[in-house]
Design a protein around this ligand. Structure first.
Ligand code: IVH
Length: 694
């Protein structure tokens, strides 16, 4: 070998080593985000790509593999919040197959491995199971009673989440004795399976978060993981988690374990475990592939989210023979469905006016099937996003569902752009009332300034008033509000409390009983706590969290209305921007008369105080400071979002601060944080930490 060749060889090695190190660091980082924070920054597909590249490089350059490479371990060390449980058998992950061809390759690897061990290889049978998008869990039963449950953790040691698991309604607490012969229950039994959040619970949780101006969870898995790792089991119970068993792992031999995995699933059912019903025995790889194709679309009809198919060799003797790598067993593989995106046409773009006058562009799409539902509308977020994407009416665009709820436009397919398309201009006038739109300071949103009379703002304000986290008026929804406005019966929230049964009966589809229910619900809402009332007023920057802070200091609407800007700003956690907004609100004549009317009608917020309950604990023990202006959320909702995830938001940077979140024009806090060596994250990093996709 010439000197030159040696040099280039050396350079190549150095380059590969550097790449391996970089990939390893990335994978560790993203595992931490996924397993501990439940807030991935990248999609599963992107993660898989990194992992595969590392595996590939290590395969080609075995000498360069680091002894602590992430390919040699699973997950991340368990959090110290919970007790630690050492798994009897490592709780591994699965290798992925991204296409049907890769399933053939997996089968070839199986056959080769078996032949290498001089094992007779007859036709291989498989079991196909839908891959539930949740988190794996190991359950121990002693003498038929549920004793302990643990998360995966690093595969060797997991977190003890027994108490939280006891709130999962379909997780059996006591097992059925197997068969009519009433054999004794095994002294010890370990069952593995998936904890997940059903789509309905996930959607309800996200809707509630959105209604509260809170960022929603990006997917049911994150929401489930957050729910399972709550410090208070009562919080877990509220999240309606569910369980599916998929493996009978360790027994004390008092029962004879079936050799067929498919049989062992039946065993689990007999014990009383919920097993996903669509699992199927497959005689050969063709049947496996048929199953994968069959479920690609059908899976969207299920009430739980699935992201692939897990294929397992049926014969458990082969499991022993094949063993596992440090990361995954060789006898199973996860076939992953491609991400849920679809291309369609933008037929129109409409600008909707929200409660605070913010104008949001919505793309009206040629209806397209996406993740099991037909999508007709997608958010374009704001004027900057329209500019960035340069979307135009008539464009072919890729849409994606963020968190299964709000589809969004991801990109434009320029190749399909019609010749005569026109640049989309943001309106200068309110599309509903015609007022000139305004954009203040460095805000992203354009707003309609016609606060009192813009019909769209009026409607949205009343919808906000009756919503669950505000005055919680049962039975008064969007369509009734629209009817009431159209009939000229209401113009603001106080009008609701003057409605009579006779007036309600003039509306379409309104019977005696319903009218009485509406009046009763309105009456009941008069007694909501003061914090709800402050929130219901819809004052800019006053989300639920700030409303609670204000209710802690001011004991009535009247005393808040009288307070000076300085007094309001002196409330811990309430800054000058909020104080300014509150003062402005009470300075406006229509608001003053609204408040007088509400008081006269007995809507006084005397129902008492209720604390904010965190919905999860991902950020427990973490203190955040915000600095500068965030583009996608106001400070209040950012602080609320932290609080709801169990973290703390404070106003000054100290040694105890864990993260400084910087927006535009951050000011002196940034220098202070750098001096103290505090982790600084930008808005996008913050959003992913909260589990919201960018
Ligand atoms: S078997 C040794 N079966 O998918 C690992 N896993 O991407 C055995 N999963 O960690 C896992 N449904 O959390 C198995 N029917 C199923 C599954 C399933 C979902 C999850 C599980 C696993 C992850 C791998």
């Amino acid at each position: 070998m010439s000197q030159l060749e040696k040099l280039s060889d050396w350079e190549e090695t150095a380059r590969v080593q550097e790449r391996i190190n970089w990939l390893s660091r990335q994978i560790e980082h993203h595992r931490f985000r996924y397993y501990i924070l439940s807030q991935p920054e990248i999609t599963d597909e992107e993660f898989d790509r990194l992992f595969r590249e590392l595996e590939d490089l290590e395969g080609r350059y075995p000498r360069l593999r680091n002894p602590d490479s992430p390919t040699q371990k699973v997950g991340v060390p368990p959090s110290t919040e919970f007790g630690q449980v050492r798994h009897r058998v490592p709780l591994l992950s699965l290798a992925n197959a991204m296409s049907l061809e890769e399933l053939d390759k997996w089968e070839e690897r199986l056959v080769r491995a078996l032949k290498n061990q001089d094992m007779e290889v007859g036709p291989l049978n498989y079991v196909c199971e839908l891959k539930i998008d949740g988190l794996s869990i190991a359950l121990t039963y002693r003498n038929g009673l549920f004793e302990q449950g643990a998360t995966r953790g690093n595969g060797e040691v997991g977190e003890d989440v027994t108490l939280n698991l006891k709130t999962v309604v379909n997780l059996p607490y006591r097992l059925n004795p197997p068969g009519p012969a009433e054999k004794p229950l095994p002294e010890m039994l370990e069952v593995r399976g998936e904890i997940y959040m059903p789509k309905a619970s996930f959607e309800a949780l996200n809707k509630a978060l959105i209604a509260e101006d809170e960022p929603p969870f990006a997917n049911p898995r994150n929401a489930a993981s957050g729910a399972l790792r709550q410090k208070d089991p009562r919080q877990t119970a509220k999240r309606n988690l569910a369980f599916f068993a998929y493996g009978l792992y360790v027994t004390d031999k008092t029962i004879k374990e079936p050799l067929s995995h498919f049989e062992s699933l039946n065993f689990l059912k007999k014990f009383g475990f919920p097993v996903e019903v669509h699992g199927r025995f497959a005689k050969n790889m063709q049947e496996v592939k048929d199953y994968c194709s069959e479920w690609e679309q059908k899976r969207h009809e299920l009430p739980y989210q699935t992201d692939g198919v897990v294929i397992k060799a049926d014969n458990r003797l082969l499991w022993q023979a094949l063993g596992a790598t440090a990361h995954s067993p060789r006898w199973a593989v996860a076939f992953k469905y491609p991400p849920e995106e679809a291309e369609t046409l933008i037929e129109d773009v409409r600008f909707e006016v929200g409660r605070t006058g913010a104008v949001t562009p919505i793309a009206w799409l040629k209806p397209v099937k996406l993740a099991g539902t037909t999508v007709k509308r997608a958010s374009l977020h704001n004027a900057d996003q329209i500019k960035r994407l340069d979307v135009r009416i008539g464009d072919a665009v890729v849409v994606r569902k963020a968190g299964e709820i709000i589809p969004e436009v991801v990109s434009v397919n320029l190749k399909r752009r019609p010749a005569q398309s026109e640049v989309l201009h943001y309106p200068t006038k309110c599309p509903v009332c015609g007022a000139h739109l305004e954009r203040s300071g460095n805000e992203v949103a354009f707003r309609c300034p016609n606060t009192a009379a813009c019909p769209s703002q009026v409607r949205r304000r009343i919808e906000h008033w009756v919503s669950r986290s505000a005055m919680d008026v049962d039975g008064v929804g969007e369509s009734l509000i629209e009817q009431l406005i159209n009939a000229g019966l209401i113009k603001n929230a106080s009008d609701l409390y003057r409605l009579t049964k006779e007036q309600l009966l003039t509306l379409e589809r309104m019977g005696e009983k319903s009218a009485e229910n509406v009046l009763a619900a309105l009456h009941a809402s008069k007694k909501r706590p003061l914090a709800n009332l402050f929130f219901a007023l819809g004052i800019r920057h006053v989300g639920q969290g700030v409303a609670e802070l204000l209710a802690g200091r001011f004991d009535s609407i009247a005393s808040l209305a009288k307070a000076s800007k300085e007094e309001i700003a002196s409330v811990e956690g309430v800054g000058p921007t909020i104080a300014q907004a509150v003062a402005e609100y009470f300075a406006e004549a229509p608001n003053q008369s609204l408040i007088k009317e509400l008081e006269a009608l007995g809507v006084t917020g005397e129902g008492g105080e209720e604390g904010v309950q965190p919905v999860s604990q991902e950020l427990a023990g973490k203190t955040f400071v915000l600095s500068g202006t965030l583009n996608t959320m106001d400070r209040t909702s950012a602080e609320k979002a932290i609080k709801r995830r169990g973290g703390r938001a404070t106003s000054s940077v100290t040694k105890k601060t864990n993260y400084l979140v910087v927006g535009d024009n951050p000011g002196s806090k940034l220098a202070k944080a750098q001096e103290l060596g505090i982790t600084v994250i930008d808005e996008s990093g913050f959003r992913s930490m909260l589990g919201i996709a960018d």
